[in-house]
Design a protein around this ligand. Structure first.
Ligand code: 5GP
Ligand code: ZN
Length: 113
């Protein structure tokens, strides 16, 4: 998708702080981290939201998630982690390329929730 920010990140047209990459998936730090290490995990194919994901795309994405979560745990030593996915403007989605938020947690007052 030509005007999609995340497709531009995949193509390297917009810089990002990469956390993980494989054939199907890219993970990078959120530009506006709600907590330290806040990461977005995206499929490399443009799919707007969860309703557009095929089982294969979802499987490839979630296959990578435990390793990404463990890497964040080692790097940032949080005491917990939330995963979150917004679908539709009314649900808080602002970038219309499916993404899973991984939000490391550090206790009360860490900025999230
Ligand atoms: P949403 O609100 O759609 O669930 O989440 C979109 C996320 O994308 C937001 O947390 C926002 O900070 C992040 N974001 C938007 N533009 C960019 C960008 O250009 N680079 C990065 N790394 N994150 C972005
Ligand atoms: Zn896209």
């Amino acid at each position: 998708m030509d005007n999609c920010i995340f497709c531009k990140i995949i193509k390297g047209e917009i810089p990002s702080a990469k956390v993980y990459e494989d054939e199907h998936v890219l993970a990078f730090l959120d530009i506006s981290q709600v907590t330290k290490g806040h990461t977005l995990v995206i499929p490399k194919v443009h799919k707007e939201n969860i309703y557009e994901l095929t089982p294969d795309i979802a499987a490839n994405l979630y296959k990578a998630v435990p390793a990404i979560a463990k890497a964040l745990k080692e790097e940032f030593t949080p005491i917990g982690l939330n995963t979150l996915n917004n679908n539709g403007e009314e649900a808080g989605q602002s970038v219309f390329h499916f993404h899973l938020h991984l939000i490391p947690r550090y206790g009360k007052g860490d900025g999230f929730g």
